[in-house]
Design a protein around this ligand. Structure first.
Ligand code: SF4
Ligand code: FES
Length: 362
Protein backbone atom coordinates (compact mmCIF):
# COMPACT_ATOMS: atom_id res chain seq x y z
CA UNK A 1 0.00 0.00 0.00
CA UNK A 2 1.46 3.34 -0.99
CA UNK A 3 1.94 5.98 1.58
CA UNK A 4 -0.50 8.83 1.17
CA UNK A 5 0.52 12.38 1.77
CA UNK A 6 -1.21 14.28 4.49
CA UNK A 7 -3.49 17.04 3.31
CA UNK A 8 -0.78 19.71 3.31
CA UNK A 9 -2.39 23.12 3.46
CA UNK A 10 -1.28 25.33 0.58
CA UNK A 11 -2.14 28.97 0.12
CA UNK A 12 -4.76 29.67 -2.55
CA UNK A 13 -3.52 31.86 -5.41
CA UNK A 14 -6.73 32.57 -7.30
CA UNK A 15 -10.32 33.35 -6.45
CA UNK A 16 -13.13 32.98 -8.96
CA UNK A 17 -15.82 35.46 -7.96
CA UNK A 18 -19.06 34.36 -9.61
CA UNK A 19 -20.83 37.68 -9.23
CA UNK A 20 -24.12 36.50 -10.73
CA UNK A 21 -25.59 33.55 -12.57
CA UNK A 22 -27.62 35.90 -14.78
CA UNK A 23 -26.52 35.79 -18.43
CA UNK A 24 -28.10 36.85 -21.72
CA UNK A 25 -26.42 34.06 -23.71
CA UNK A 26 -27.70 30.50 -23.95
CA UNK A 27 -24.50 28.48 -24.58
CA UNK A 28 -25.21 24.74 -24.78
CA UNK A 29 -22.03 24.05 -22.73
CA UNK A 30 -22.83 26.52 -19.93
CA UNK A 31 -20.65 25.90 -16.87
CA UNK A 32 -23.09 27.42 -14.39
CA UNK A 33 -24.63 24.84 -12.04
CA UNK A 34 -28.01 23.29 -12.83
CA UNK A 35 -29.65 25.12 -9.89
CA UNK A 36 -28.98 28.84 -10.35
CA UNK A 37 -28.70 31.42 -7.56
CA UNK A 38 -31.47 34.03 -7.75
CA UNK A 39 -30.74 37.72 -8.16
CA UNK A 40 -32.20 38.53 -4.74
CA UNK A 41 -29.80 36.06 -3.10
CA UNK A 42 -26.65 37.60 -4.63
CA UNK A 43 -23.97 38.96 -2.26
CA UNK A 44 -23.98 42.75 -2.01
CA UNK A 45 -21.04 45.05 -2.79
CA UNK A 46 -19.89 45.35 0.83
CA UNK A 47 -19.77 41.58 1.30
CA UNK A 48 -17.72 41.14 -1.89
CA UNK A 49 -15.33 43.82 -0.61
CA UNK A 50 -14.93 41.91 2.67
CA UNK A 51 -14.37 38.65 0.78
CA UNK A 52 -11.63 40.28 -1.34
CA UNK A 53 -9.85 41.58 1.76
CA UNK A 54 -10.07 38.16 3.41
CA UNK A 55 -8.81 36.52 0.21
CA UNK A 56 -5.82 38.84 0.02
CA UNK A 57 -5.01 38.13 3.69
CA UNK A 58 -5.15 34.41 2.89
CA UNK A 59 -2.56 34.78 0.10
CA UNK A 60 -4.78 35.10 -2.98
CA UNK A 61 -3.09 37.16 -5.71
CA UNK A 62 -5.67 37.20 -8.50
CA UNK A 63 -9.42 37.55 -8.65
CA UNK A 64 -11.42 36.52 -11.70
CA UNK A 65 -14.63 38.53 -11.89
CA UNK A 66 -16.97 36.15 -13.61
CA UNK A 67 -20.53 34.85 -13.80
CA UNK A 68 -22.84 34.19 -15.58
CA UNK A 69 -22.24 37.56 -17.13
CA UNK A 70 -20.64 39.94 -14.60
CA UNK A 71 -21.89 42.87 -16.68
CA UNK A 72 -25.37 42.07 -15.32
CA UNK A 73 -24.24 43.54 -11.96
CA UNK A 74 -24.98 47.25 -11.69
CA UNK A 75 -22.19 47.59 -9.08
CA UNK A 76 -19.47 45.96 -11.20
CA UNK A 77 -17.33 49.11 -11.09
CA UNK A 78 -17.54 49.29 -7.27
CA UNK A 79 -16.79 45.56 -6.99
CA UNK A 80 -13.75 45.95 -9.26
CA UNK A 81 -12.53 48.93 -7.26
CA UNK A 82 -12.88 46.91 -4.04
CA UNK A 83 -10.84 44.02 -5.47
CA UNK A 84 -8.17 46.47 -6.64
CA UNK A 85 -8.13 48.20 -3.24
CA UNK A 86 -7.58 44.79 -1.60
CA UNK A 87 -4.38 44.52 -3.66
CA UNK A 88 -5.63 41.79 -6.01
CA UNK A 89 -4.84 41.50 -9.74
CA UNK A 90 -8.28 41.80 -11.34
CA UNK A 91 -9.35 39.85 -14.41
CA UNK A 92 -12.80 40.33 -15.93
CA UNK A 93 -14.21 37.26 -17.68
CA UNK A 94 -17.05 38.39 -19.90
CA UNK A 95 -19.21 37.40 -22.85
CA UNK A 96 -19.03 41.13 -23.76
CA UNK A 97 -22.82 41.29 -23.91
CA UNK A 98 -23.92 43.73 -21.23
CA UNK A 99 -20.61 45.62 -20.94
CA UNK A 100 -20.63 48.89 -22.84
CA UNK A 101 -17.59 50.87 -23.96
CA UNK A 102 -18.42 53.38 -21.22
CA UNK A 103 -18.49 50.65 -18.58
CA UNK A 104 -15.14 49.21 -19.58
CA UNK A 105 -13.58 52.68 -19.40
CA UNK A 106 -14.98 53.05 -15.86
CA UNK A 107 -13.66 49.61 -14.98
CA UNK A 108 -10.19 50.54 -16.24
CA UNK A 109 -10.34 53.67 -14.06
CA UNK A 110 -11.33 51.47 -11.10
CA UNK A 111 -8.18 49.39 -11.41
CA UNK A 112 -9.16 46.56 -13.77
CA UNK A 113 -5.96 44.80 -14.89
CA UNK A 114 -7.02 42.32 -17.59
CA UNK A 115 -9.99 41.31 -19.74
CA UNK A 116 -10.94 37.90 -21.07
CA UNK A 117 -13.62 37.76 -23.77
CA UNK A 118 -15.14 34.48 -24.94
CA UNK A 119 -15.78 33.88 -28.63
CA UNK A 120 -18.00 31.11 -29.96
CA UNK A 121 -16.73 31.00 -33.57
CA UNK A 122 -14.90 33.04 -36.22
CA UNK A 123 -18.02 34.25 -38.09
CA UNK A 124 -21.02 36.15 -36.76
CA UNK A 125 -23.75 33.80 -38.01
CA UNK A 126 -22.28 30.59 -36.57
CA UNK A 127 -21.00 32.29 -33.41
CA UNK A 128 -24.42 33.75 -32.65
CA UNK A 129 -26.09 30.41 -33.41
CA UNK A 130 -23.82 28.62 -30.89
CA UNK A 131 -24.36 31.29 -28.23
CA UNK A 132 -28.11 31.38 -28.89
CA UNK A 133 -27.93 35.18 -29.03
CA UNK A 134 -28.26 37.36 -32.14
CA UNK A 135 -25.77 40.22 -32.31
CA UNK A 136 -23.43 38.80 -29.68
CA UNK A 137 -20.47 38.46 -32.05
CA UNK A 138 -20.63 42.13 -33.06
CA UNK A 139 -20.65 43.12 -29.37
CA UNK A 140 -17.57 41.02 -28.72
CA UNK A 141 -15.66 42.67 -31.57
CA UNK A 142 -16.67 46.13 -30.39
CA UNK A 143 -15.75 45.51 -26.76
CA UNK A 144 -12.42 43.86 -27.67
CA UNK A 145 -11.54 46.91 -29.78
CA UNK A 146 -12.27 49.21 -26.86
CA UNK A 147 -10.32 47.04 -24.38
CA UNK A 148 -7.24 47.20 -26.61
CA UNK A 149 -7.72 50.95 -27.18
CA UNK A 150 -7.66 51.39 -23.39
CA UNK A 151 -4.37 49.39 -23.35
CA UNK A 152 -5.81 46.67 -21.16
CA UNK A 153 -4.31 43.24 -21.93
CA UNK A 154 -6.86 41.04 -23.72
CA UNK A 155 -7.20 37.25 -23.74
CA UNK A 156 -9.62 35.62 -26.16
CA UNK A 157 -11.21 32.49 -24.77
CA UNK A 158 -12.34 30.05 -27.47
CA UNK A 159 -14.42 27.11 -26.27
CA UNK A 160 -14.05 24.33 -28.84
CA UNK A 161 -16.44 21.56 -29.88
CA UNK A 162 -17.55 19.74 -33.02
CA UNK A 163 -19.19 22.75 -34.71
CA UNK A 164 -16.19 25.11 -34.45
CA UNK A 165 -13.04 23.02 -33.99
CA UNK A 166 -12.38 23.08 -37.76
CA UNK A 167 -12.35 26.91 -37.59
CA UNK A 168 -9.54 27.00 -35.05
CA UNK A 169 -7.11 28.78 -37.39
CA UNK A 170 -9.70 31.44 -38.23
CA UNK A 171 -10.44 31.91 -34.52
CA UNK A 172 -6.74 32.46 -33.75
CA UNK A 173 -6.58 34.89 -36.70
CA UNK A 174 -9.56 36.73 -35.23
CA UNK A 175 -7.85 36.94 -31.83
CA UNK A 176 -4.80 38.45 -33.56
CA UNK A 177 -6.93 40.92 -35.48
CA UNK A 178 -8.62 41.97 -32.25
CA UNK A 179 -5.22 42.67 -30.67
CA UNK A 180 -5.30 39.88 -28.06
CA UNK A 181 -2.01 38.93 -26.45
CA UNK A 182 -3.22 35.44 -25.58
CA UNK A 183 -5.77 32.98 -26.88
CA UNK A 184 -6.99 30.17 -24.68
CA UNK A 185 -8.26 27.19 -26.62
CA UNK A 186 -10.44 25.39 -24.11
CA UNK A 187 -12.52 22.33 -24.87
CA UNK A 188 -16.01 21.85 -23.53
CA UNK A 189 -16.00 20.16 -20.12
CA UNK A 190 -18.78 17.62 -19.91
CA UNK A 191 -20.47 18.10 -16.58
CA UNK A 192 -23.49 20.14 -15.57
CA UNK A 193 -25.43 21.58 -18.51
CA UNK A 194 -22.92 20.38 -21.14
CA UNK A 195 -23.80 16.75 -20.32
CA UNK A 196 -27.23 17.37 -21.89
CA UNK A 197 -25.57 18.42 -25.15
CA UNK A 198 -22.59 16.04 -25.07
CA UNK A 199 -23.49 14.13 -28.24
CA UNK A 200 -24.18 17.40 -30.11
CA UNK A 201 -20.88 18.98 -29.02
CA UNK A 202 -18.42 16.07 -29.02
CA UNK A 203 -15.72 16.45 -31.69
CA UNK A 204 -14.49 13.43 -33.66
CA UNK A 205 -11.06 11.93 -33.07
CA UNK A 206 -9.96 13.05 -36.55
CA UNK A 207 -10.97 16.64 -35.74
CA UNK A 208 -9.08 16.58 -32.44
CA UNK A 209 -5.92 15.19 -34.05
CA UNK A 210 -6.04 17.80 -36.85
CA UNK A 211 -6.54 20.56 -34.29
CA UNK A 212 -3.59 19.40 -32.17
CA UNK A 213 -1.26 19.49 -35.23
CA UNK A 214 -2.60 22.89 -36.24
CA UNK A 215 -2.01 24.36 -32.78
CA UNK A 216 1.69 23.42 -33.06
CA UNK A 217 1.91 25.04 -36.51
CA UNK A 218 0.13 28.18 -35.34
CA UNK A 219 2.39 28.48 -32.27
CA UNK A 220 5.41 28.55 -34.55
CA UNK A 221 3.81 30.85 -37.13
CA UNK A 222 2.68 33.41 -34.53
CA UNK A 223 5.59 33.08 -32.10
CA UNK A 224 6.18 36.43 -30.36
CA UNK A 225 2.82 37.83 -31.50
CA UNK A 226 0.31 35.84 -29.48
CA UNK A 227 0.49 33.13 -26.81
CA UNK A 228 -1.65 30.09 -27.68
CA UNK A 229 -2.72 27.99 -24.68
CA UNK A 230 -4.33 24.66 -25.58
CA UNK A 231 -4.74 21.21 -24.08
CA UNK A 232 -5.97 17.88 -25.46
CA UNK A 233 -9.70 17.53 -24.75
CA UNK A 234 -10.46 15.16 -21.90
CA UNK A 235 -12.32 12.44 -23.78
CA UNK A 236 -9.40 11.96 -26.18
CA UNK A 237 -6.61 12.10 -23.59
CA UNK A 238 -4.77 9.13 -22.01
CA UNK A 239 -3.95 10.98 -18.81
CA UNK A 240 -6.22 13.35 -16.92
CA UNK A 241 -5.56 17.01 -16.22
CA UNK A 242 -4.64 18.14 -12.68
CA UNK A 243 -8.05 19.76 -12.42
CA UNK A 244 -8.03 23.16 -10.67
CA UNK A 245 -4.39 22.45 -9.79
CA UNK A 246 -5.55 19.96 -7.16
CA UNK A 247 -8.65 20.14 -4.96
CA UNK A 248 -8.32 22.72 -2.16
CA UNK A 249 -4.77 23.47 -3.21
CA UNK A 250 -4.63 26.57 -5.43
CA UNK A 251 -8.00 28.21 -5.83
CA UNK A 252 -11.47 28.81 -4.53
CA UNK A 253 -14.78 29.82 -6.05
CA UNK A 254 -17.39 31.99 -4.43
CA UNK A 255 -20.88 31.56 -5.87
CA UNK A 256 -23.26 34.52 -6.35
CA UNK A 257 -25.01 33.65 -3.06
CA UNK A 258 -21.74 33.22 -1.16
CA UNK A 259 -21.10 29.47 -1.06
CA UNK A 260 -17.41 28.67 -1.33
CA UNK A 261 -16.52 25.79 -3.66
CA UNK A 262 -13.21 24.07 -4.41
CA UNK A 263 -14.05 24.20 -8.17
CA UNK A 264 -16.80 25.77 -10.27
CA UNK A 265 -18.63 22.46 -10.76
CA UNK A 266 -18.26 21.10 -7.22
CA UNK A 267 -21.99 21.35 -6.53
CA UNK A 268 -22.52 18.63 -9.16
CA UNK A 269 -21.05 16.17 -6.62
CA UNK A 270 -23.84 15.20 -4.25
CA UNK A 271 -23.26 14.93 -0.51
CA UNK A 272 -20.60 17.66 -0.11
CA UNK A 273 -21.11 20.32 2.57
CA UNK A 274 -20.19 23.84 1.43
CA UNK A 275 -19.79 26.76 3.82
CA UNK A 276 -20.90 30.30 3.04
CA UNK A 277 -19.01 33.60 3.40
CA UNK A 278 -22.11 35.05 5.10
CA UNK A 279 -21.48 32.70 8.02
CA UNK A 280 -17.73 31.96 8.05
CA UNK A 281 -14.51 33.88 7.42
CA UNK A 282 -12.85 32.78 4.18
CA UNK A 283 -9.74 31.52 6.03
CA UNK A 284 -11.88 29.13 8.12
CA UNK A 285 -13.65 27.89 5.02
CA UNK A 286 -10.32 27.24 3.29
CA UNK A 287 -8.83 25.32 6.21
CA UNK A 288 -11.81 23.62 7.83
CA UNK A 289 -14.88 23.34 5.59
CA UNK A 290 -15.90 19.73 4.84
CA UNK A 291 -16.04 20.30 1.05
CA UNK A 292 -12.45 21.60 0.88
CA UNK A 293 -11.11 18.75 3.01
CA UNK A 294 -13.04 16.04 1.16
CA UNK A 295 -10.40 15.52 -1.58
CA UNK A 296 -7.34 17.36 -0.28
CA UNK A 297 -4.03 15.54 -0.42
CA UNK A 298 -4.09 11.88 -1.41
CA UNK A 299 -5.47 10.03 1.64
CA UNK A 300 -8.96 9.87 0.10
CA UNK A 301 -7.76 8.07 -3.05
CA UNK A 302 -8.67 4.55 -4.09
CA UNK A 303 -6.68 2.32 -6.41
CA UNK A 304 -5.29 2.77 -9.01
CA UNK A 305 -4.54 6.36 -7.89
CA UNK A 306 -3.53 5.51 -4.30
CA UNK A 307 -0.34 3.72 -5.41
CA UNK A 308 0.26 5.60 -8.68
CA UNK A 309 3.45 7.61 -9.26
CA UNK A 310 1.38 10.44 -10.76
CA UNK A 311 -0.91 10.93 -7.75
CA UNK A 312 0.88 14.15 -6.71
CA UNK A 313 1.05 15.34 -10.34
CA UNK A 314 -2.55 15.07 -11.55
CA UNK A 315 -4.23 14.41 -8.15
CA UNK A 316 -6.34 11.69 -9.74
CA UNK A 317 -7.78 14.07 -12.37
CA UNK A 318 -11.12 15.78 -12.05
CA UNK A 319 -13.43 14.88 -9.13
CA UNK A 320 -16.49 16.25 -10.92
CA UNK A 321 -15.80 14.18 -14.01
CA UNK A 322 -15.15 11.06 -11.91
CA UNK A 323 -18.51 11.59 -10.22
CA UNK A 324 -20.35 12.37 -13.47
CA UNK A 325 -19.06 9.24 -15.20
CA UNK A 326 -18.84 6.70 -12.35
CA UNK A 327 -21.09 8.01 -9.57
CA UNK A 328 -18.06 7.89 -7.22
CA UNK A 329 -16.12 11.11 -6.65
CA UNK A 330 -13.20 9.11 -5.13
CA UNK A 331 -12.70 7.09 -8.30
CA UNK A 332 -9.84 7.79 -10.72
CA UNK A 333 -10.95 10.21 -13.42
CA UNK A 334 -12.06 7.78 -16.19
CA UNK A 335 -10.06 9.86 -18.69
CA UNK A 336 -7.03 8.04 -17.23
CA UNK A 337 -6.07 4.93 -19.23
CA UNK A 338 -5.45 3.13 -15.92
CA UNK A 339 -8.96 3.77 -14.61
CA UNK A 340 -11.27 0.72 -14.67
CA UNK A 341 -13.97 2.78 -16.43
CA UNK A 342 -11.65 4.20 -19.12
CA UNK A 343 -13.39 2.22 -21.89
CA UNK A 344 -16.60 4.11 -21.14
CA UNK A 345 -14.93 7.40 -22.14
CA UNK A 346 -14.08 6.06 -25.60
CA UNK A 347 -17.65 4.77 -25.98
CA UNK A 348 -19.10 8.17 -25.08
CA UNK A 349 -16.68 10.04 -27.35
CA UNK A 350 -18.02 7.98 -30.26
CA UNK A 351 -21.64 9.07 -29.68
CA UNK A 352 -22.53 11.99 -31.96
CA UNK A 353 -25.87 13.55 -32.70
CA UNK A 354 -26.92 16.40 -34.96
CA UNK A 355 -30.13 17.22 -33.14
CA UNK A 356 -30.47 20.91 -32.17
CA UNK A 357 -28.69 22.18 -29.05
CA UNK A 358 -30.60 22.47 -25.81
CA UNK A 359 -29.79 26.11 -24.98
CA UNK A 360 -29.29 27.33 -21.44
CA UNK A 361 -31.95 29.92 -20.69
CA UNK A 362 -31.99 31.74 -17.37
FE1 SF4 B 1 -3.58 10.04 -12.25
FE2 SF4 B 1 -4.91 8.16 -10.83
FE3 SF4 B 1 -4.42 7.80 -13.45
FE4 SF4 B 1 -2.42 7.72 -11.71
S1 SF4 B 1 -4.14 6.26 -11.82
S2 SF4 B 1 -2.40 8.74 -13.70
S3 SF4 B 1 -3.07 9.30 -10.21
S4 SF4 B 1 -5.74 9.39 -12.53
FE1 FES C 1 -14.53 20.00 -10.28
FE2 FES C 1 -12.61 19.26 -12.01
S1 FES C 1 -14.35 20.56 -12.37
S2 FES C 1 -12.67 18.96 -9.87
Amino acid sequence: MASSSSAVLHKPLGLLAELTHRCPLGCPYCSNPLALDRREDELDTATWARVFNEAAALGVLQVHLSGGEPGARRDLTEITAAAHAAGLYTNLITSAVGITEKTVAALADSGLDHVQISIQDSEASTADHIAGYDGGFARKRALATEVVRLRLPLTVNAVMHRANIDHLEAMVDLALTLGASRVEIAHVQYYGWALTNRAMLMPTRAQVERAARLVEELRQRHHGRIVIDAVVPDYYARLPKPCVGGWGRRSLNVTPAGKVLPCHAAESITGLEFWNVREHPLADIWTSSPAFNAFRGTAWMKEPCASCARREIDFGGCRCQAFALTGDARAADPVCHLAPEHGRVAELAAVHSDTPYVYRRM
